[in-house]
Design a protein around this ligand. Structure first.
Ligand code: KDG
Length: 360
């Protein structure tokens, strides 16, 4: 039995610990066990060690599902393929790690799609605000032919993109004030919030449209930037705000759900080309299986993480439909500027996918 099946996930403070580490009491969230590993053992094509760099912490769905990915490879290669995972941006941020994949100095990484728009512009469709309003819509989009074409379009960049997974619905947090309207972001009598964004022009445009003072910054620098007051706030899924301990330096959260960001599982093209075709097939299959598991984990984490944040003293403002509509209206200029650049057909296709998910 591989270690994930044996694992009991326990929570202490903000830290979700796995077996082999110190343990404490609470047993939430009830995370799904990873699916049984199916499929036969592949042939012996030598030993391979893959180094994988992640931005997020050990307690994140990103890390937990990466361990599952490692377990699949380990089991189906009888230990010949191993994956060493380096979390917490210790090898670099998303942009740096993608560059390391290109040069072959890192084998795998798992960034948000947003900083990857430098490689494949169409990915920016995922950054359009409020385009994918539900997880069902997002899954429909991530599993669409259009999304597969985006993965295929990495061909020639030095990066092979294997699968979409979930980063999640992004929520605003800040240390200055309660936010329930674009006016609160812009601050009519006071200055607009300074908000860290991912390194992505659509995100910059969103926060400009809302009257904030946006600052693109690598994820690894974010905690200390907030701690030192270099920025007032940031936006990320509740799970990240919890597992990266942002609540320690952010008193206010607002459930804006303004963008759904996917993750993309990536491998260096150089590493890929060195793998035997049977190993390649296994890596591709494992990436898809781990992506499905990660989406499942993320959905389980979302509401639970919000509750945990409230328990830790963060003031979280839920927004009603009218309040969300005010944000939607304020970011309309982002569509005017970006939909023609991303491609009106692609935007329309994503709108259609979202509608078809809603109709199911
Ligand atoms: O590994 C992924 C993280 O580095 C990053 O993508 C998280 O959403 C994120 C952010 O805000 O940078």
């Amino acid at each position: 039995m591989h270690h994930l099946l044996k694992r009991t996930l326990l929570v202490t403070g903000a830290t979700l610990l796995s077996s082999g580490m110190a343990y404490a009491q609470t047993s939430k969230p009830d995370l799904s066990e990873p699916p049984e590993i199916e499929g036969g053992v592949v042939g012996d094509h030598g030993s391979v060690t893959l180094r994988m760099g992640l931005g997020l912490a050990e307690s994140s769905p990103q890390y937990i599902s990466s361990q599952y990915f490692a377990d699949i490879l380990d089991q189906r290669s009888e230990g010949r393929i191993s994956v060493n995972i380096f979390p917490n941006s210790q090898l670099g941020d998303d942009v740096q790690m993608m560059e390391m994949l290109q040069t072959g100095t890192l084998d795998m990484t798992y960034p948000s799609s947003s900083p990857a728009t430098g490689y494949v512009e169409e990915l920016a469709v995922f950054d359009l605000p409020f385009l994918l309003p539900t997880r069902e819509a997002a899954i429909e989009a991530m599993r669409s032919d259009a999304a597969q074409e985006m993965l295929d379009a990495f061909d020639g960049t030095g990066i092979k993109a294997l699968a979409f997974a979930e980063n999640g619905f992004r929520q605003l947090s800040n240390s200055a004030r309660e936010v329930s309207s674009p006016e609160d972001v812009a601050g009519l009598d006071v200055r607009g919030l300074s908000v860290r964004t991912m390194e992505n022009p659509v995100h910059l445009a969103i926060w400009q449209a809302l009257g904030a003072n946006p600052t693109p910054m690598a994820f690894g620098e974010l905690f200390s930037a907030m701690e030192q007051g270099v920025v007032d706030g940031q936006e990320n899924p509740w799970s990240t705000i919890l597992t990266s301990n942002f609540y320690e330096v952010q008193d206010y959260g607002s459930e804006t759900r303004h963008v759904y960001t996917p993750f993309i599982k990536m491998i260096s093209q150089r590493t890929w080309d060195r793998l035997d075709p049977e190993y390649q097939e296994l890596v591709q299959e494992a990436a898809l299986q781990a992506a499905d598991y990660e989406i499942q984990l993320s959905s389980e984490y979302d509401d639970w993480a919000r509750e945990q944040l409230e328990e830790r003293g963060m003031q979280i403002t839920r927004l009603n439909d009218e309040q969300i509509a005010a944000f939607q209206e304020a970011v309309q200029p982002v569509y005017d500027e970006w939909a023609p650049r991303i491609g009106e057909d692609l935007v329309a296709e994503f709108q259609r996918l979202a509608e078809s998910a809603a109709a199911q």
